[in-house]
Design a protein around this ligand. Sequence first.
Ligand SMILES: C[S@@+](CC[C@H](N)C(=O)[O-])C[C@H]1O[C@@H](n2cnc3c(N)ncnc32)[C@H](O)[C@@H]1O
Length: 209
Amino acid sequence: MREKVEKRYDKFSYFYDFLDTFPVLGSAEKRWRKHAIDMLDIKEGQRVVDIASGSGLILPWIAENGPEEIIGIDISKKMLKIAEKRGKKHGISALTLIRGDVEKLPFKSGSIDRVISTFSLTTIPDYQRAIDEMLRVLKDDGIAVILDTGKPEKLWAKIGHALLVPVAKLFGRTHFDRDIVGYVRKRAKVIYISKFYGGMVYSIAFRKR
Ligand SMILES: C[S@@+](CC[C@H](N)C(=O)[O-])C[C@H]1O[C@@H](n2cnc3c(N)ncnc32)[C@H](O)[C@@H]1O
């Protein structure tokens, strides 16, 4: 399963960043990503982990907040290669990139100040395990943020979502119908939720219970 994800994203890596330049969607994604980083409330000197960091689109914005260490972890070698180039281009000296499985994070329990996941948990094979791992590695006063697609509340958004779910599954093996917010509510203490596009996209900040 994980090998399949890796191969898929190795292929996607050739055009992944191009999607970010799309009119409307590209600029909306940038806004959502920046908002998620604001919710993470990074302080100078902290250790920040970007799980399933992909091509590292959010790494420069994380770096702007002056953390001591930024760790990006992803299963796809080719996505990480792009992240590495981005890190060099932006002169991010505090960056460490790890090829690994976010369902088994290579960090001690309670050792990380901030953990973020953007548009990843709908693609990770066992997303619940990945959320449990985010919580395990987080310090007691740490903050985690997830930005992803969710179950919308407004009728027009519900219709759009219902149409997108099979398309995303078919073309990207991406599961827009996962109840990520519901799982986070069960396992963690929710600090704040922001909703965009009628709740089709959301950003949720949470802590350990
Ligand atoms: C849709 S991309 C999101 C990338 C990035 N977070 C962003 O905001 O652009 C999903 C990423 O999750 C990674 N991924 C999926 N399952 C993974 C796993 N079990 N461990 C590590 N990375 C994984 C893929 O390789 C891919 O880079």
